[in-house]
Design a protein around this ligand. Structure first.
Ligand code: XUL
Length: 541
């Protein structure tokens, strides 16, 4: 029975999952994580980021990622039983981060020496020792320049799926050109973390998949090819330095001889890597339109699948390529767990207290609203944090507990409208998905069933599932995506929460009030209190 390996090189760690899949037998047989800070302390990273003096700048080490890859594959080779049955490897990586390789890299990739460590051979391939990553926010000037040059943010969003964002790779490349021109000129190939690691596995420059390439502000979403005007606006001669873009199920080749000789892995297929969000979509079972995944984590994210590349007209969401061939719509809220914890801690509560208060208080919060922008917010864009209250007393404990959850769910519902609909069901992941009362508010606001999902490493699992899909396809047996994920991605039926029709109706009306509060707080609308009063009377809140 074949085995498939999925790797996920995230900001803080490298994770590997090996799955066994054949017919109805579906099992995770190996799972291991290697946290960069602890496992590779000589790079001196904190949370996977190199020491930073400017808080807006975030860079990491491509050599560290390579060293982690060798450590992890050595462990896989030693610990996975029946490794001869390994059939294919695919990978996932943090999005947007870029690796700058020199013109000798192609030859060096093709002649990796199994007597030496990988980490000792990578520096000679690089034109830049560090890689800017997604946490970098230092390229506002470059974002504006690129957007201006292509006809504005809206044009850029319509063509590439996102307006210019600081962490996206195009603005990062432009910053390098402006600050370190010689380094830029010495660069022969600019990889993303995903295609860099895939290149090390196959021993030649690997292509990007559309899922990760769409996080660069450089790819034409509809055709999946580089968009000339954005490429030209970013840096001269950039087209010659960008990898090819290949379908996400492309088999890149087989594992380079280095890996067979150095760690003893068999000569298996290597499948194109992708970004962690596209891989997580698969790892949470998001394979067709109408399904939506909500991840309640440090930040809250809502993502869905669509067949048409439509950009968010408000400019806050993203459209990436999906591993299924369509598109992944994604909106991210920065005040997620942090906001929930702030309210919990301010009133000295436990999560059980939060649940009890939600159970004992009235949906609709008597028409009182809270905008929980404790920190600057991505969606809607709020540059300076600060909570806003509408009709809510500062010391009203229960009102705040209900207020923060209702506001988060209404914000999600409002700002996910651009993704298209209708939503059939929601799968909830992340820490807060374990809280039934929070999921009940979600179900009531959206008016659909919400089912929690127990997955830890959804990106690594998604990568392993992509390996299974591409391997079967290469053998002439293309599996429907539902069959790929079956047995691995199981919503917890016992945790399913159904909407209460009366509550949903109440929230539908209250959403107008919430929308008015946001507009008011952003200086774009009148005092919402008269409207809230009207809704309160009408709905008997
Ligand atoms: C997505 C993003 C992050 C990284 C994290 O746009 O910046 O989710 O992919 O690894």
């Amino acid at each position: 029975m074949p085995l498939y390996l999925g790797l996920d090189s995230s900001t803080q760690s490298l994770t590997a999952i090996v799955i066994e899949a054949s017919g109805s037998r579906r099992e995770v047989v190996f799972e291991s994580s290697l946290p960069f800070d602890e496992a590779l302390p000589h790079y001196n990273t904190r949370g996977g980021v190199l020491p930073r003096s400017d808080p807006a700048v975030a860079v990491s080490s491509p050599v560290m990622w390579a060293e982690a890859l060798e450590m992890m594959l050595t462990q896989v080779a030693q610990e996975v039983p029946g490794l001869r049955r390994l059939s294919a490897i695919a990978g996932s990586a943090q999005q947007h981060g870029s690796v700058y390789m020199n013109r000798d890299a192609a030859a060096r990739l093709g002649s990796l020496d199994p007597v030496k460590t990988l980490a000792s051979q990578v520096p000679a391939m690089l034109s830049r020792t560090v890689s800017p990553i997604w946490m970098d926010a230092s390229t506002s000037a470059e974002c504006a320049e690129i957007a201006d040059a292509v006809g504005g943010q809206q044009v850029l969003a319509e063509r590439t799926g996102s307006r210019a964002f600081e962490r996206f790779t195009g603005p990062q490349i432009r910053k390098l050109l402006k600050r370190e021109r010689q380094t830029y000129l010495a660069t022969g190939r600019i990889h993303l973390v995903s295609s860099f690691l895939a290149s090390l596995l196959v021993g030649r420059h690997a292509p990007l998949d559309p899922g990760d390439a769409s996080g660069m502000n450089l790819m034409d979403l509809a055709s999946g090819t580089w968009w000339g005007p954005a490429v030209a606006a970013t840096a001269p001669d950039l087209d010659s330095k960008l990898p090819e873009i290949a379908a996400p199920w492309t088999v890149l080749g087989t594992l380079a001889p280095f890996w067979q000789r150095r760690v003893g892995l068999p000569e298996v297929r290597v499948v194109a890597w992708s970004g962690d969000n596209p891989c997580s979509a698969i790892g949470t079972g998001l394979v067709r339109e109408g399904q939506v995944t909500v991840s309640l984590g440090t930040s809250d994210t809502i993502f869905g699948i669509t067949g048409t590349p439509r950009a968010d007209p408000t400019g806050t969401g993203h459209v990436f390529g999906a591993p299924t061939g369509g598109y992944l719509t994604l909106t991210c809220f920065s005040n997620g767990a942090f906001a929930r914890e702030r309210v919990r801690d301010r009133f000295g509560l436990t999560w059980d207290d939060v649940s009890r208060i939600l159970r004992g208080s009235r949906p609709g919060n008597h028409g009182r609203l809270l905008l929980p922008w404790f920190e600057p917010e991505i969606t809607p864009f709020v540059a300076e944090g600060g909570v806003r209250r509408y009709g809510l007393e500062e010391n009203d404990r229960d009102g705040h507990v209900r207020g923060v959850i209702e506001a988060q769910m209404m914000a999600m519902s409002l700002h996910a409208r651009w993704m298209g609909g209708p939503i059939e069901r929601i799968t909830a992941t992340g820490g807060a998905a374990a809280n039934r009362e929070i999921l009940q508010v979600m179900a009531d606001v959206f008016g659909v069933d919400v089912c929690p999902l127990e997955v830890g490493n959804s990106a690594a699992l998604g990568a392993a599932l992509r390996a299974l899909h591409a391997d079967s396809r290469a053998d002439g047996r293309e599996l429907p995506w539902e069959d790929v994920t079956a047995g691995f991605v199981q919503p917890i039926e016992a945790g399913r929460v159904r909407p209460d029709p009366g509550c949903h109706e109440r929230y539908r009306r209250l959403l107008d009030g919430y929308t008015a509060c946001e507009a008011h707080a952003l200086g774009r609308g009148p005092d919402p209190m008269p409207l809230l009063e009207r809704i309160r009377n009408e709905q008997g809140l």
